[in-house]
Design a protein around this ligand. Structure first.
Ligand SMILES: NC(=O)c1ccc[n+]([C@@H]2O[C@H](COP(=O)([O-])OP(=O)(O)OC[C@H]3O[C@@H](n4cnc5c(N)ncnc54)[C@H](O)[C@@H]3O)[C@@H](O)[C@H]2O)c1
Length: 301
């Protein structure tokens, strides 16, 4: 979407962090922005701050796990600015702990917000984007945890790996219809995500691995070392304009990704592939690469 001026974006989790950074960058680029967030006070404060930029902004209090509320939010966003062109499924939460000690409540809450709500966003907004026919773009915020893993955040990692797979598949489906898809894979961002526990709903109160005060205070020290959300917003705007499938923001993770992917490649059996199976796979790959070759964004920088 090279020309974003006058286009409308709906951003979930826009009251803080990455979503706020996106809203800031999009407004400065002349877009209309609707931010949705579950935190009412923070939403109002963000709308007030963003309102100082000379482009229109509107806030909607919404829980992205509530499908009816998301459908209403899509109607309200459309009523506010006529058409929505860009949907940013960005809101997310994290709780730390070994996955073998997680409770059903931990699993359901993290999956509902970090994965299922991405599908809720698609179901609520995509039919409207398709219907106006002016093209559009979906931006899903995954994480570096959609590419690399570790011992500390298993459910989050499972959800983010899924958001990345979801986004890649959606790219093949939508790009031929004139709608782009990007997946953002940030490393550490200076955001509010370490306060996710504040948002745990009453129905999900059974915590599998309670966090001790020492761990929480370490998070308080680490989180501010993260990238400025405004820098995130600028990088995401650039990816939107270029039509990038992958928006990578943190160079410090490149070596780890290379090392982990090398381990996967090294695990393949060192033997010739079966020719009949290979033929089937080549047919499948042709469908995929035909789309890639035709629609991949071309840019030199
Ligand atoms: N902060 C990081 O280091 C980091 C790293 C990688 C990926 N991410 C991803 O970036 C995205 C944004 O997170 P952030 O770091 O800006 O966190 P943040 O907590 O600063 O902002 C997230 C916003 O989402 C809102 N939210 C949470 N649950 C919601 C719900 N059910 N309905 C509506 N709104 C809800 C929160 O109120 C908050 O304002 C998330 O998807 C997160 O996983 C963050």
């Amino acid at each position: 979407m090279q020309d974003v001026t006058g286009k409308t974006a709906f951003i979930t989790g826009g009251a803080h962090g990455v979503g706020y950074g996106m809203a800031h960058a999009f407004l400065e680029a002349g877009m209309n922005v609707v931010i949705g967030d579950i935190r009412g006070d923070a939403l109002e404060a963000a709308v007030r701050r963003l309102g100082k930029i000379a482009s229109p902004v509107h806030g909607i209090r919404v829980d992205i796990t509530d499908r009816d509320a998301m459908a209403r939010a899509a109607d309200e966003a459309e009523a506010s600015f006529g058409k929505v062109h860009v949907l940013c499924n960005n809101a997310g939460i994290n709780v730390f702990g070994p996955i073998d000690e997680a409770s059903y409540d931990d699993w359901d809450w993290l999956m509902d917000v970090n994965l299922n709500a991405v599908f809720n966003g698609i179901k609520s907004f995509l039919p409207k984007i398709k219907a106006h026919g002016e093209g559009g773009h979906i931006i899903n915020t995954a994480s570096m945890a959609s590419l690399v893993s570790g011992p500390g955040a298993g459910i989050y990692t499972a959800a983010k790996f899924a958001v990345r797979g979801f986004s890649e598949c959606l790219w093949y489906n939508l790009v031929p219809q004139g709608i782009g898809v990007s997946v953002v894979c940030p490393g550490l961002v200076n955001s509010n995500i370490h306060h996710s526990e504040e948002l745990r709903p009453d129905s999900r109160k059974n915590v599998g691995h309670p966090q001790d005060a020492g761990f929480v205070s370490r998070l308080e020290q680490i989180q501010p070392l993260g990238m400025d959300p405004l820098e995130m917003g600028a990088k995401i705007l650039r990816g939107l304009k270029r039509g990038d499938l992958y928006i990578m923001t943190h160079p410090e993770h490149k070596d780890e990704v290379a090392r982990d992917f090398a381990e996967i490649l090294a695990a393949f059996p060192d033997e010739p592939a079966d020719p009949k199976r290979l033929e089937v796979e080549h047919m499948r790959q042709k469908m995929k690469y035909d789309i890639k070759n035709k629609y991949s964004a071309a840019h030199d920088d």
